[in-house]
Design a protein around this ligand. Sequence first.
Ligand SMILES: Nc1ncnc2c1ncn2[C@@H]1O[C@H](COP(=O)(O)OP(=O)(O)OP(=O)(O)O)[C@@H](O)[C@H]1O
Ligand SMILES: [Mg+2]
Length: 230
Amino acid sequence: MIQLRNVEKFYETGAGRTYVLRRVNLDVREGEFVSVMGPSGSGKTTLLSILGMLDSAFGGEYFFTDKAVHKLSHKERAALHKRYIGFVFQSYHLIDSLTVRENLEVPLSYRDMKRAESEALVADALDRFQIVGKKDLFPNQLSGGQQQLVAVARAVIHNPKLLLADGEPPLRPGTRDHGAVQAAQRRRHDHHPGHTLRDECVLRQPRRPTLRRLGRRRGAGGRGDVTFDV
Ligand SMILES: Nc1ncnc2c1ncn2[C@@H]1O[C@H](COP(=O)(O)OP(=O)(O)OP(=O)(O)O)[C@@H](O)[C@H]1O
Ligand SMILES: [Mg+2]
């Protein structure tokens, strides 16, 4: 589903060209669940922004399903993003002037969807993430953890083909997705005892979280310290 070929990202700074990502090669098949690990500043958010089609200023090739993303126009890329991608931002990016319910409606508003269908999906998400009681509150009336739950709910509500979660989504025990995230963390912890779990990014196909593959692949970040754990 995803192929990255020699992806590079650099910034021109006073000190010259600084590479954040260099020669990143990655293959992800549909249904796979991938964590991206690395210390702060190693390029995880940068990589996810490229995968999420939010950043087009990169070198190399990115294929998403049969599309050559690196060749698309801004408009085509934005359309692909809205249709196929759910993104949980590290800093949530909820819209302050909208209530929880209205924030959840945003990704659905891009679809040609009947009002009743959209309302049913919002009700289901509020229930699934146990935030029904918060639906008419604004983001600044929520705790940090609750804001993150809304951000996760908003990222999955349109059933995206690709879910990108930057930072560790604190899914509550008992919610449907909690087990999958926990299992991934446990496995990751086995590989990297003592490694902080905070910097987790998850790619998965929401309907079929697949955790059975335990093989590992390594990719190199700017300083060679971003790791893909598949
Ligand atoms: N506009 C910019 N100009 C120069 N350098 C930048 C710019 N934006 C980001 N960077 C650098 O890119 C590097 C990677 O940043 P990124 O946000 O991808 O890190 P991260 O791995 O997500 O870190 P964290 O775990 O703290 O979230 C950082 O060293 C950052 O300083
Ligand atoms: Mg980051």
